[in-house]
Write a protein that binds this ligand. Structure first.
Ligand code: FES
Length: 362
């Protein structure tokens, strides 16, 4: 799954991203094992020296479902790769220089290759199309080591809810749950069976624990209550899919048998309490209005289409710009107090007070 340049919904239709995040406390506790917490950094801890990027080569490519390409990536020398845990993702630098995050969907026990699966999104930001059109066996890539912001805590009872290509982080969780003898269920929803990858692989784990729920057979999209009805009593729910699905699950959680919810969202975080403000490109540059319901990054990219970005959620740091004047409302989960004081700003999530103008070094 491309975490960063996702479909607007399961089927690529535009949607409002009005999602309220609910996350249980387990995730952060678990993630340091391999890759460390993705979402928070202790500002008092000095920065560790960044590790060199991984050099990878595409070793195989196939189509596990309509519009989905699966790639195996390996070290060109054939050596072992850094380990990872279910829920981890890989930040790939594509040949164009675009950076995209893809969930690892193989088996963590397989140390000689990483497996990713990407759905083609013609209306997206270009990353998925580039993967489909340009990555073939022999293509060389660089990547950051796997990181995990969606750690699997192996609770005794688990419900895995996947929307379309959102199956990718959940497939290794299902394998882990089966390996540990947990009471697990997995529900995979999508438009039709032909659009859902990895059905045979999931059923091979335990066919009685896997439910395919397709819109063409059920006359429409599943409700949150319908999805959560599959939860064992007291289950921890892990959900990865489009915002409407996550919203439906979050709203139905309290009335369900499930006890907690962990989730990973496709694409941009919702804007909460957004107020209109402005950004100026340089001291003498044009001033751009940022409406209450749009990010500064989206507005900036209309004027500067080459402005890089990746996660759209304030954790990767790719979109960092420098503020020369003005008082930002920092909403990211990456910058330290020192970096903010030095003028760093992540415009994918950070904003300013109503009427404020941020002057950017651009
Ligand atoms: S795009 Fe990742 S922090 Fe802004």
């Amino acid at each position: 799954m491309d975490l960063l340049n996702p479909p607007p919904d399961l089927y690529g239709r535009p949607r409002a991203d009005a999602f309220i995040r609910r996350l249980t406390a387990f995730g952060d506790r678990y993630s340091p094992a391999l890759g460390g917490p993705l979402l928070r950094r202790n500002p008092r801890r000095p920065h560790s020296r960044p590790l060199p990027p991984l050099q990878l080569v595409v070793t195989s490519r196939r189509r596990p479902a309509a519009d989905v390409v699966e790639l195996q990536l390996a070290d060109p020398s054939g050596g072992p790769l850094p380990g990872w845990q279910p829920g981890a993702h890989l930040r790939l630098t594509l040949p164009s220089g675009r950076e995209r995050h893809y969930s690892l969907c193989g088996d963590p026990a397989e140390r000689r290759s990483y497996r990713i699966a990407v759905r083609r999104l013609p209306e997206g930001g270009g990353g998925s199309v580039e993967v489909h059109d340009t990555l073939h066996p022999g293509t060389r890539l660089t990547a950051r080591r796997p990181r995990n912001g969606f750690a699997f805590c192996a609770e005794p009872a688990v419900l895995l809810l996947a929307g379309g290509i959102g199956i990718t982080p959940l497939l290794p969780m299902a394998r882990e749950a089966q390996r540990h003898g947990l009471d697990w269920r997995l529900v995979h929803v999508g438009r039709s069976a032909g659009t859902l990858p990895y059905t045979a692989e999931l059923r091979a784990l335990d066919p009685h624990r896997v439910v395919l729920r397709t819109d063409d057979e059920h006359d429409g999209v599943a409700t949150g209550a319908e999805l959560l009805a599959h939860a064992p009593l007291g289950a921890a729910v892990y959900c990865c899919g489009p915002a409407p699905m996550l919203t439906a699950v979050q709203r139905a959680l309290d009335a369900s048998p499930a006890a907690s919810l962990h989730f990973e969202r496709f694409g941009a975080a919702p804007i909460t309490d957004g107020r209109p403000f402005a950004v100026r490109l340089g001291a003498d540059g044009p001033t751009l209005e940022v409406p209450a319901d749009r990010s500064a990054l989206d507005v900036l990219r209309e004027a500067r289409p080459d402005l890089p970005y990746s996660c759209h959620q304030g954790f990767c740091g790719t979109c960092e710009v420098r503020v020369a004047a003005g008082s930002p409302d920092h909403r990211d989960r990456r910058l330290t107090a020192e970096q903010r004081a030095a003028g760093a700003l992540l415009p994918c999530v950070s904003r300013a007070a109503e009427g404020e103008t941020l002057v950017l070094d651009l």
